[in-house]
Design a protein around this ligand. Structure first.
Ligand SMILES: [Zn+2]
Length: 385
């Protein structure tokens, strides 16, 4: 049919095709990042993310679990034990109290800024399925001028479920203790190769370890590789502790949402990370110091491969490497971040180029490790002894 007769039909047909087959329009890696970002997984309720990780891990080796729900896949039967880690949980909350008029208060889980909480959409995972909610916010028309610039306090946080009574809330299948996550969906920002979504901390790491595992399994590596997807990182690195206790790694590598501070309004000493600047190697955070020989190896691997890396020191940031480095008598570790802007809020931004470079770097690093390299990294004997 000629387009001049019914131009609208062609637009509609195109739109329907796009709706029917999104996977064909997107590359597989982008589809994986989208699936992981959209999955709900607050601390202690990582089920949806765990299902994805198990599906992706299974083809590459035996899958096991620790007692807190972390998933471990093993690839490679001999050589040093390398633990490659990303955490599955995201910032979220739990419903706490239902008021008589049908509002619900929330216990926050993870490091939320109070100012990120009001006026947002949320999903509660109730006993009858997902329940949508919006956090209340005061209307400017009734707020006295002197109170308009006041910071929000989380004690004033209530969720509005559209309910008129506590009975309505119960009928929706919501009670105290139900998991809550931000309601926010993946998108690409205007064809920029920059992706918005929730939970890049640490779903971007989950995607890195999956892609790295696929390539390492296909190309080979001289190690016993344990890839761990851990739980409850945001409330104290708990799953990393239990997983590392089982694995007792010789070397630990954490993959995280890294910091990007190249948006307006940041202090230059907050972070050295920029979006698009490549993987962020953490030289300091409040939970861990990396092993210096491991960092040296990482930097030489990156330079041989022509991969850009960023060196970062971040206060007020913890990561799973802190638990890996204390397991089994101690292990050299490093934390590598894919830079993310606006990490602990509803909409973070990451750059696809940083993701691809991080996968390249992790694959190359693990291929460069073997019994000799690992024993050199682990050797603290002073010269002449
Ligand atoms: Zn994280």
């Amino acid at each position: 049919m000629p387009s001049r007769v019914l131009p609208g039909l062609f637009t509609l047909t195109g739109a329907l095709c796009a709706l029917a087959a999104p996977a064909l329009a997107e590359d597989e890696t982008k589809a994986l990042l989208k699936e992981l970002s959209n999955a709900a997984g607050p601390p202690g309720y990582e089920e949806a993310v765990r299902a994805i990780m198990v599906r992706e891990f299974k083809p590459f080796g035996p899958v096991s679990y620790d007692g807190l729900g972390s998933v471990i896949v093993e690839n490679g039967a001999s050589g040093p034990k390398i633990m490659l880690d990303a955490h599955m949980d995201e910032l979220g909350g739990e419903t706490r109290r239902v008021t008589t008029d049908g509002f619900v208060t929330m216990q926050m889980l993870g490091g939320w800024l109070d100012e990120a909480l009001p006026g947002q959409r949320w999903v509660i995972i109730g006993s009858k399925g997902p329940v949508r909610a919006v956090s209340i916010i005061r209307d400017v028309h009734v707020t006295p001028p002197e109170e308009r610039a006041k910071p929000f306090n989380r004690d004033q946080l209530f969720l509005d479920l559209g309910a008129r009574s506590a009975g309505d809330v119960a009928a929706l299948g919501v009670e105290p203790g139900d998991p809550v996550v931000p309601d926010s969906s993946f998108d690409e920002l205007n064809g920029s190769g920059r992706y918005i979504g929730k939970a890049w901390d640490d779903r971007v790491g989950c995607a890195v370890v999956i892609e790295a595992l696929k390539r390492l399994a296909a190309q080979g590596h001289p190690n016993q590789l344990f890839v761990a997807a851990t739980t409850q990182e945001e409330i104290g690195l708990r799953g990393a502790h239990t997983a590392a206790e089982i694995i007792r790694p010789d070397i630990g590598i954490a993959i995280e949402g890294g910091m990007a501070g190249d948006q307006p309004g940041t202090h230059p000493d907050e972070t050295n990370g920029r979006l698009g600047g490549g993987p962020d190697i953490f030289l300091y955070d409040s939970s861990a110091l990396p092993n210096r020989r491991l960092v040296k190896l990482l930097r030489s691997v990156a330079s041989d491969k022509g991969l850009p890396v960023q060196l970062d020191l971040v206060q007020g940031y913890g990561d799973d490497s802190a638990e890996m480095q204390k397991a089994g008598g101690g292990a050299p570790t490093v934390n590598i971040g894919v830079p993310v802007r606006y990490m602990h809020v509803h909409n973070g931004v990451m750059d696809r180029k940083d993701f691809d470079a991080t996968v390249d770097l992790v694959v190359d690093l693990i291929q460069h490790m073997d019994a000799g390299t690992v024993s050199q990294i682990r050797d603290f004997t002073p010269a002449g002894n």
